[in-house]
Design a protein around this ligand. Structure first.
Ligand SMILES: *[C@@H]1O[C@H](CO)[C@@H](O)[C@H](O)[C@H]1NC(C)=O
Ligand SMILES: *[C@@H]1O[C@H](CO)[C@@H](O)[C@H](O)[C@H]1NC(C)=O
Ligand SMILES: *[C@@H]1O[C@H](CO)[C@@H](O)[C@H](O)[C@H]1NC(C)=O
Ligand SMILES: *[C@@H]1O[C@H](CO)[C@@H](O)[C@H](O)[C@H]1NC(C)=O
Ligand SMILES: *[C@@H]1O[C@H](CO)[C@@H](O)[C@H](O)[C@H]1NC(C)=O
Ligand SMILES: *[C@@H]1O[C@H](CO)[C@@H](O)[C@H](O)[C@H]1NC(C)=O
Ligand SMILES: *[C@@H]1O[C@H](CO)[C@@H](O)[C@H](O)[C@H]1NC(C)=O
Length: 810
């Protein structure tokens, strides 16, 4: 017995050893010994490679005949550079070299022997340089101590496990034509920030400066100043409230990632697809490009029209046509001799961030106007009706327009002789949007739509001329944005639809279907699958034999808007826990959505009615809880933070053949701007029993309403019973009953005796469930159903909690 056992134990060891052997031959490649060099002529072979082959380090051609000494992801297409020694000073393609000298310095020399860069200082006993599997290039001394590491001087990228400290920062790698005046670092308040820096101004645009740090979920009192992206795609920092990290959409081990400050001022987390070497964005700091400061340069205004685009303020023209870096310059300069008569041009729903000469409280419009008029350095002022807040501006930076009825209005001071048409709020500069000004990089999974400017009165479209040519579906959101917040005031609904009719769908994945095709697919709407809040759902089979669910929107007057809301949202959505939408039909009065057919119907029918005698076991229930949380987290946080479902309930959770949940019915989803007016939501109603208290109290609707509804769904999954059956009565009574239940659960969770869980979990499971998981779910129910929405967790953190208790994961 004993020898057999020791043999067994030794076996893996032997295996390990033999596995190590071939690697030990490769070891030479990750180490640069003392007194050796890498030369630029041999850049294709003369390089270090980390043991696992992930990273390479050596000379990297930035353009013809110019090289940087860099570290890059070897498996990424185009070898994505993550660090460079001499980013701003490339060396020549001949006779340049990097040497680890006997004095311990690692020195990069140009063709003529000038030292362009060096690592170190007074290192005595340096033995070798090594490129680690993490992408860190280190210098080690004879005692094995690391005396220098590239991780201490990042360029535009942080790698997993690299520390973000008080002294590290990211600056984007400038590409021609793109403003690059951005920094990512800890601010003076110890808050991890994105900062726009030009000689005239320096201001933080992430976290959102329109909110308090508390609202942004940040602390300003933690001087630790330490952040890190871990190997699972979770990005934490000492200033994040409650230590809550930001989490990649594909959170989990084994994926290669990088956190990069891109030239457009946005911070993105990328994940590598190793099969084709492409990068996918799995997290983004700014979901709305215009909120990045300075994207349009000085005197420029960023607006969604519908694609994010720049234009100059009236009275200004582009400084450098084709290049927004320098923004716009005045057509006629304001002089200080008080000779020239001046006028003010009103720009509604527009603001220029910062540069306020001062803030005058509660004054009349005329007082504010006179303040600016009498000061020749004043370029204009912002005035808020109602509060009477007055902000005279010394400069016009980071201009942007705001959606809907924002109170911010700018009055630009211009010489009276400058000809600006009052009916044209923007200047006629409609150059293409700056490169990279995309909501996200998700276009690779999205089809392309083409929009034509037909059938719409020309003059009204004049502002939008330059860009309604060809746009991506990604921007359908922005179209909807414009429709909802800008055009709605100007066009009658029929005209909006005239514009919508201009859509042509180019790819086969998301496309427009003719009504005839759909009549055929459903054999004249024969099989009804169910009724959603905005219409009946039919089963059909497309010509390519794909089974589909067709949602026929019935109430046309309102259905149109819902349809638009759905279209704008769904075109961007692709997640395994969300029902896939294949296309739509819009013909005459017909509005239909063509959706993925999900085999097992709704969670409601299975959980409450025991459809087909299916009993969901514990594992399936837990998996449903997790899947729904993932789907909602995707909706809330992934560059789609304004997508709120608003009607999370078991009827809207479908189960596929493996009982994997898929959320459906985005009919009530609305695009909300930050701190959005609840007025937009007035006709939107959730379902009694699932709606959060703030619906009733009239507080702004945030993604936390979905968290509340999710809590109710969890409760139902656990107990197998409808919450609305708790008591007969109005919605208010159901809610107060829920409150009592939640208080009771909270108390019980704190007690010593936990046997109550047995009685609480659905008796149909006959006690077959995981105690630990059930308790976790109950805890989540209690926190999701908090009256105060700020105390409810985010869907992201719920996913994390569930993942940590998911047995399938262990
Ligand atoms: C845009 O302007 C910047 C700054 O003047 C300059 O460095 C860059 O080369 C210009 N880009 C193009 C495409 O002209
Ligand atoms: C990453 O996730 C795995 C399992 O999901 C876990 O075992 C590991 O501890 C996590 N790593 C970190 C750094 O959190
Ligand atoms: C500050 O942040 C560190 C790291 O996240 C954490 O360990 C520490 O508890 C925090 N301190 C306070 C006072 O919140
Ligand atoms: C990776 O790329 C391949 C080929 O383009 C694709 O089929 C696959 O779906 C991608 N994987 C992910 C996770 O995106
Ligand atoms: C690699 O670079 C080429 C040209 O710059 C570009 O067209 C291609 O899309 C890039 N590939 C990836 C995967 O980024
Ligand atoms: C306005 O002032 C700037 C800077 O003083 C100067 O470069 C520019 O030529 C002036 N423009 C006009 C039209 O006078
Ligand atoms: C202002 O511009 C409009 C149109 O460009 C033109 O018709 C009008 O004559 C101009 N007015 C002056 C005073 O130049």
């Amino acid at each position: 017995m004993a020898p057999a056992l020791s043999l067994l134990l030794a076996a893996p060891f032997v295996l390990c050893l033999s596995a190590l052997l071939p690697i030990s031959i490769a070891v030479a490649h990750d180490i640069l010994p003392l007194r050796s060099s890498l030369t630029v002529e041999a850049f294709q072979t003369d390089m270090l490679q980390s043991l696992d082959g992930t990273f390479s380090c050596g000379f990297y051609g930035v353009y013809t005949n110019a090289f940087t000494f860099s570290i890059w992801y070897s498996k990424a297409a185009n070898n994505t550079v993550v660090w460079s020694a001499n980013r701003d000073h490339p060396v020549h393609a001949k006779r340049s070299s990097l040497t680890l000298q006997t004095d311990g310095n690692m020195v990069l020399k140009d063709y003529d022997g000038t030292v362009v860069w060096q690592a170190g200082g007074n290192f005595r006993e340096v033995e070798y340089a090594q490129l680690l599997n993490t992408g860190n290039l280190i210098l080690k001394d004879t005692s094995g101590k690391t005396v220098w590491q590239s991780f201490d001087s990042p360029t535009d990228t942080f790698l997993p496990t690299q520390h973000i400290t008080a002294s590290t920062k990211l600056v984007p790698t400038i590409q021609s034509g793109v403003p690059g005046n951005y920094i990512f670092r800890f601010s003076d308040l110890s808050v991890l920030s994105l900062i726009y820096v030009i000689p005239e101004v320096s201001d933080i645009y992430w976290p959102d400066p329109d909110q308090t740090l508390y609202q942004d979920n940040r602390n300003q009192y933690n001087n630790t100043r330490l952040g890190m992206l871990d190997s699972n795609g979770s990005f934490g920092s000492s200033d994040f409230a409650d230590g809550q990290p930001l989490v990649a959409s594909d959170a989990g081990p084994g994926i290669k990632r990088r956190l990069t400050l891109d030239p457009d001022g946005n911070l993105r987390l990328y994940s590598l697809n190793e099969s084709d070497g492409s990068w996918m964005v799995s997290m983004v700091a700014m979901s709305q490009p215009c909120n990045v400061h300075g994207v349009c340069g000085p005197n420029g205004i960023c607006h969604y029209s519908p694609k994010p685009a720049c234009s100059c303020a009236p009275g200004y023209v582009m400084s450098n046509p084709g290049n927004w870096t320098e923004g716009c310059r005045a057509i006629v300069n304001i002089t200080c001799d008080h000779q020239e008569p001046m006028k003010f041009v009103k720009l509604p729903q527009t603001d220029f961030w910062g540069s306020d000469q001062r803030h005058i409280l509660a004054v009349s419009f005329h007082a504010c106007r006179n303040t600016c008029m009498s000061d020749c350095t004043c370029k204009g002022f912002q005035y808020q009706e109602g509060t009477g807040s007055c902000y005279p501006k010394a400069g016009l930076f980071s201009g942007r327009t705001y959606p809907s009825n924002d109170v911010r209005t700018i009055y630009l001071k211009l010489p009276a002789r400058v000809n600006v048409s009052n009916t044209t709020p923007r200047s006629d500069v409609f150059d293409s949007a700056p490169p990279h000004l995309d909501c996200n990089q998700m276009s690779h999974i999205l089809p392309i739509l083409e929009v034509h400017n037909n059938g719409v009165e020309e003059s009204k479209w004049l502002y939008f001329y330059g860009f309604i040519v060809a746009i991506f579906v990604v921007e359908v959101f922005f179209i909807a944005f414009a429709w909802f917040f800008v055009l709605r005031r100007e066009f009658k609904p029929s005209e909006i639809w005239a514009a919508e009719e201009g859509y042509k769908v180019m790819t086969s994945h998301f496309r427009r279907y003719s009504y005839r095709e759909l009549v055929k697919a459903t054999t004249d709407f024969e099989v009804e699958l169910g009724r959603g809040s905005s219409g009946v759902v039919y089963k059909g089979v497309l010509e390519d034999e794909r089974p589909v669910a067709l949602k026929k929107l019935e109430h046309i007057s309102r259905g149109k808007e819902e349809f638009q809301a759905e279209l704008s949202v769904i075109a961007r959505i692709y997640h395994m826990n969300l029902v896939r939408i294949w296309g739509f039909c819009s013909e005459g009065s017909h509005r239909l959505l063509v959706c993925e057919y999900v085999e097992n119907g709704s969670l409601a029918s299975i959980l409450f009615s025991g459809k087909n005698n299916i009993l969901l076991d514990w594992k399936q229930r837990f998996n449903i809880a997790l899947g729904v949380a993932k789907g909602l987290a995707y909706l809330h946080h992934e560059c789609l933070e304004w997508v709120i479902h608003c009607d999370v309930k078991p009827e809207n959770i479908l189960l596929d053949q493996n009982f994997e949940p898929k959320i459906t019915d985005f009919g009530l989803a609305k695009l909300l701007n930050r701190g959005g007016s609840s007025e937009n939501m007035s006709h939107v109603r959730g379902t009694a029993g699932y709606i959060a208290p703030e619906w009733i109290s009239g507080l702004p609707i945030t993604s936390k309403v979905d968290v509340y509804s999710y809590g109710v769904v969890l409760l139902e999954l656990l107990s197998g019973r409808r919450v609305s059956e708790l008591t007969v009565g109005s919605d208010a009574e159901v809610r107060s009953m829920l409150r009592k239940l939640v208080t009771m659960l909270a108390n019980k969770l704190e007690g010593n005796d936990q046997s109550w869980i047995d009685g609480f979990v659905d008796c149909k499971l006959s006690g077959q469930f995981s105690y630990l998981q059930a308790r976790t779910l109950v805890k989540l129910v209690v926190s999701c159903l908090e009256e105060d929405r700020r105390k409810r967790p985010t869907m992201e953190s719920i996913v994390l909690t569930l993942l940590s208790f998911d047995e399938a994961n262990k």
